[in-house]
Design a protein around this ligand. Structure first.
Ligand code: 5GP
Ligand code: ZN
Length: 136
């Protein structure tokens, strides 16, 4: 993909703080970190989002996330981790090359990876169950 910044970073054409690299992925530090150690897993091939990601890479990316979370927890002595992956502008995606956020969390860090809880009504529960089950 021309003009995709994450394609260029993943390919090593633009330098990045690389924590890990293999034939499929590069893991880099985010330039606008939510917390110390905030990293991004980038596939080397361009896929805009999770909808486009092939199953084989989807399986590999969660294995890599686990490996990174274990190593980073040990290295950074963080107290927890958020693994976040945004799809579409409405969901907060700003770079349209699939990436998975690995966000180390520290007690009282106020990193704010959160939402305001609503209330699941019976009506909405039944609607969502029926609609989603019909599409699986
Ligand atoms: P999104 O909002 O699309 O899920 O996340 C995009 C992330 O990429 C943001 O956290 C942002 O800070 C990070 N980012 C954007 N451009 C660059 C860049 O050129 N280099 C690095 N390392 N991170 C970037
Ligand atoms: Zn790309």
């Amino acid at each position: 993909m021309e003009n995709c910044i994450f394609c260029k970073i993943a390919a090593g054409e633009i330098p990045s703080a690389t924590l890990y690299e293999d034939e499929d992925f590069r893991v880099i530090l985010d330039l606008g970190p939510a917390s110390k150690g905030h990293a991004l897993i980038l596939p080397k091939q361009h896929y805009a989002n999770l909808y486009e990601l092939p199953d084989e890479l989807a399986e590999k990316v969660i294995r890599l996330a686990k490996k990174m979370v274990i190593a980073m927890t040990k290295a950074l002595q963080c107290d927890g981790f958020n693994v976040v992956q945004n799809n579409g502008e409405a969901a907060g995606q700003t770079v349209f090359h699939f990436h998975m956020h690995l966000i180390p969390r520290y007690k009282d860090d106020h990193a704010g990876v959160t939402w305001t809880p609503g209330k699941l009504t019976d009506e909405v529960r039944d609607e969502v169950l029926a609609k989603v089950r019909a599409c699986l």
